[in-house]
Design a protein around this ligand. Structure first.
Ligand code: FEO
Length: 397
């Protein structure tokens, strides 16, 4: 395995082939926790790995140097998949200086016992540490993805360590973007963005502006492959994702009890299926929240449907909307739909949440009693066409 990023800089992280649930994120292709070793006159470790893989991190560092000789341990992000093995490293190398932001120090102290003897150096944007020929330069990146996070940049190598930014959950023996299937990696990067940082789009936009002032040849995230050949592609994709740039894409997302809401969804899809518009029908219980959020990121129009259950929407639609609401997808329009019997509730409840999510509702909730009549299905087709036209209107501007 080629682990060398630049002369004196190596990947020393952990490949988690078998993880399939990363705090509810469905990691179909596993994950990596990337840590990097920078060797110059002084030696720095950039980030650690998720517990319980500290032993493997130590073994990887030992391939290049004596662990006891680390001078600096840079913690770009305090979340456990990045900083969770810090105590294992400090135990072997108590004299090393831990470099992080002030907020990061507070979080590291909260998560770890016996930090009283740890040597911290607090840094902020613009601060630098010389390792000899190489310099570590820091850029605070609040809310990418926690308030304490930062990027570390080595100007001499034009190399950016971007922790969660530009990451993908993808286990591979290959470390670089030009060694793997690019389409697959771009989709995993989009999935990562949608599920981890979509709600912080404005913060990431500011970070992209600040990072644009740096000369960058390589971006080394904390997850997935390192970008060295397709920087333009991933940076341009981020520019679109941070603003949820709408595409001519319609999603019809539904849950159903006795297939009436499903039939309504199918009719909406039929109506929306016009030239130039991508249309997808998603049955919640045959998908995952992770995949649904990824699809939602670029969709300009969304119909959300549920049968009525106990005077409200079905539970998996409730879970889906709770998840999506938290991620705050922007620039969406759509409507609610669903079937019911003697009472109402499913479509109305969805409509209420869509309003809270600031999704522009193009029509009142579409409803049917018991089973959709021909008239209801015609109405669904018309509403589907409305969604499709909407996506063409907003994407042609
Ligand atoms: Fe990779 Fe915010 O954790």
């Amino acid at each position: 395995m080629n682990t060398q990023l630049k002369e004196g800089i190596n990947w020393v992280g952990y490949i988690d082939w078998n993880v399939r649930d990363f705090h509810s994120y469905v990691t179909s292709y596993g994950a990596t926790y990337n840590a990097y070793l920078v060797q110059d006159e002084k030696t720095a470790l950039i980030d650690t790995v998720k517990p319980p893989y500290g032993k493997q991190l130590l073994d990887n560092i030992a391939k290049y140097t004596d662990i006891g000789k680390l001078d600096y341990i840079v913690i770009n992000h305090a979340e456990m998949d990045h900083a969770g093995s810090l105590s294992v490293i400090v135990e072997k190398c108590p004299q090393a200086t831990i470099v992080c932001t002030a907020k990061c120090k507070t979080i590291l102290e909260a998560y770890n016992d016996n930090t009283a003897d740890w040597n911290f150096k607090i840094v902020k944007s613009g601060d630098e540490i010389s390792l000899g020929k190489k310099t570590l330069s820091f850029l605070e990146t609040p809310m990418v993805h926690w308030p304490e996070s930062m990027f570390t940049y080595i100007p001499e190598d034009k190399l950016l360590f971007s922790m969660d930014g530009f990451g993908q959950h993808y286990a591979s023996i290959n470390r670089f973007d030009d060694e793997v299937n690019l389409d697959k990696i771009m989709y995993e990067a989009e999935k990562y963005f949608a599920n981890i940082v979509m709600l912080y789009g404005k913060n990431i936009f500011k970070v992209l502006e600040a990072a644009a002032k740096l000369e960058i040849e390589m971006i080394a995230p904390a997850h997935g492959v390192i970008w060295r050949s397709n920087l333009d592609k991933i940076i341009n994709a981020y520019k679109e994702w941070v603003v949820c740039k709408p595409k001519p894409k319609v999603l019809v997302i539904y849950d159903t009890m006795w297939e009436s809401t499903k039939k309504m969804g199918e009719a909406i899809v039929e109506g929306a299926s016009i030239k130039g518009v991508e249309v997808k029908l998603i049955y919640i219980r045959a998908s995952s929240l992770t995949d649904i959020a990824t699809e939602v990121l670029g969709a300009a129009a969304i119909a959300l449907g549920s049968s009525t259950l106990n005077m409200g929407m079905m539970p998996m639609m409730g879970a889906t909307l709770t998840y999506l609401k938290g991620l705050r997808p922007a620039n969406k329009a759509g409507f609610a739909f669903g079937s019911g019997g003697w009472g109402k509730g499913g479509a109305e409840e969805i409509d209420k949440v869509m309003s809270e999510m600031k999704i522009e509702r193009l029509i009142e909730p579409l409803k049917c009693k018991w089973k959709p009549s021909k008239e209801v299905l015609d109405e669904c087709r018309e509403a589907g066409l409305l969604l499709a036209q909407r996506t063409l209107d907003v994407t042609s501007k």
